[in-house]
Design a protein around this ligand. Sequence first.
Ligand code: MN
Length: 163
Amino acid sequence: MPNHKRNRFVVQMHQASHLHYDLRLEVDGVLASWAIPKGPSLAVGKPRLAVHVDNHPLSYRDFEGIIPAGHYGAGRVIVWDRGTYRATPGDEPSKAIAKGKFTFDLRGEKLHGRFTLLKIHRRPNESDEPWLLLKDRDDAADARFDPANFPESVKTGRRIDEL
Ligand code: MN
């Protein structure tokens, strides 16, 4: 049964050893997750590397704070964007992700419109699972969008260095 209902998503800005953004989509009760070094873009034709990482529990979507030194992901996290997404008609999120191509519409506070996550081939000896996050062409596309211009948490208004 195709799942066209709206599920939640979050993007957390994560200042760990390197600053990155974690896109997390609610799928079957967990958060399917991708780490995006340069952050999401609304520009068509500017694919962003999105490394598929472990699912996170749904409760993690509200997490904002400091992960202590010595723990996985140690560093600062803010809720950079959140809202809902909807799979394109005919796509069931879990199946589309398993196949390596998933197109969905985001309705967030900063991010809007249609995106595609596309699994790409990994290089020999590469342990990560690289995907691309692509903005599809629509009214929400914005060639000038830069995530760094929107540094505040949508949960608390804080910037990551204000935690
Ligand atoms: Mn992370």
